[in-house]
Design a protein. Structure first.
Length: 353
């Protein structure tokens, strides 16, 4: 049986209509819908439309702000701080990119930190906006209200996976880095636990501090934790990266884990860099193109499995799915259908590309 594919535009329309019917301002519903579908197009299917039912539940509970604008806390030419007022994260990030692009072109670089944003979905989904404008973009996020990753050497959760992303233009496929300071994510842990799957390697710690492949320890009482990037032997590296991201997000925002919990959300760091203010776009491309060629021509460890750069598979998947339809993870279709039914929005049943 052929897997069912869905047209990207039909999925965007569906998500936008569900969110709008649930009360989200239309302009924000569009931002959220296209960002979630972009996550699936790039292959980040735990952070694509899989998030929609949770976002709708937050709207219903009143814990995601439906309309209005962020509060400008500080505004200097190259540095801004917003209070997101728990508006939807994708809308805030897109608005932030809009605000930063002209400043980066004028000043060479510009940075925005957003406190009290709601969840921002897939970080990689924003990077093409920068690279298509010949800009370098760094994006990082933490959630001060959630703890699932212990500091290296500890057993009690303190951090979120703390993702960080970087987009770099090249002469061909841009480099799109989207990683986290932990070995896996909350979303993947929840998906594997729900399906009874173990991780291939011991990426978790149980409450006693013993390494395990079982994601279920994250949901046990007392709970276990996700190991930091580097695992048992080199987790100090992930621990350091987590602290770096906390400093860029909660530290610069002045709002983070030292403050009372406000529920599922995010503190966000966005920085744009214009190569024209440094060595120039041609020089950047020359360096990145050389590195890309050197990586791809490096003798592979596994025969017929050559080295690829971050983002190459995602861009290839995006191109293929835009042409032939999006393959959604089978576990999310039923929740999406139920979500749409509550708001009288039919889920797409055919691929219309």
């Amino acid at each position: 049986m052929e897997p069912i594919r869905y047209g990207a535009s039909a999925l965007r329309d569906y998500a936008r209509n569900v969110l709008a019917n649930a009360g989200l301002a239309t302009r924000y519903a569009d931002d959220v819908a296209r960002t979630l579908v972009e996550g699936d197009l790039l292959g980040h299917d735990t952070h694509g439309l899989a998030l929609l039912p949770g976002y709708v539940a937050q709207l219903e509970a009143g814990t995601m702000t439906r309309e209005g604008k962020p509060q400008v806390v500080s505004d200097r030419p190259a540095a801004l701080l917003w209070d997101g007022r728990r508006l939807p994260g994708p809308a805030l990030v897109h608005a932030g990119i809009d605000a930063l692009i002209p400043r980066a072109h004028e000043l060479g670089s510009a940075t925005l930190v957003i406190r009290r944003s709601h969840h921002i979905a897939c970080l990689a989904a924003y990077l093409l906006r920068a690279t298509e404008s010949n800009l370098v973009m760094m994006l990082a996020s933490s959630d001060p209200s959630v703890q699932s990753v212990a500091p290296f050497g500890g057993t009690r959760a303190l951090f979120t996976p703390n993702p960080i992303a970087l987009g770099v233009p090249t002469s061909s496929t841009p480099v799109l880095i989207d990683i986290s300071a932990s070995l896996t994510t909350n979303g993947m842990s929840a998906r594997r636990h729900a399906s009874g799957q173990l991780f291939d390697e011991p990426w978790m710690l149980d409450a006693r501090g013993d390494a395990t492949r079982d994601p279920g320890v994250l949901f046990a009482d007392p709970p276990g934790t996700i190991l930091p990037l580097g695992g048992l032997s080199a987790g100090h590296k992930g621990f350091g990266l987590a602290l770096l991201i906390e400093a860029l997000t909660g530290g610069l925002a002045g709002f983070g884990r030292a403050d009372p919990s406000e529920g599922w959300g995010a503190t966000v760091f966005i920085a744009l860099y214009d190569p024209a203010a440094f060595g120039g776009i041609d020089a950047l491309r020359r360096q990145m193109d050389w590195l890309g060629d050197a990586c791809r021509s490096n003798p592979p460890r596994v025969r017929d499995d050559p080295v690829r750069l971050p983002g190459e598979r995602a861009i290839a998947r995006r191109t293929e799915q835009l042409a032939h339809g999006v393959l959604l993870h089978p576990t999310i279709v039923a929740p999406l259908e139920a979500c749409g039914a509550r708001y009288d929005v039919a889920f797409p049943v055919t691929c219309d590309v």
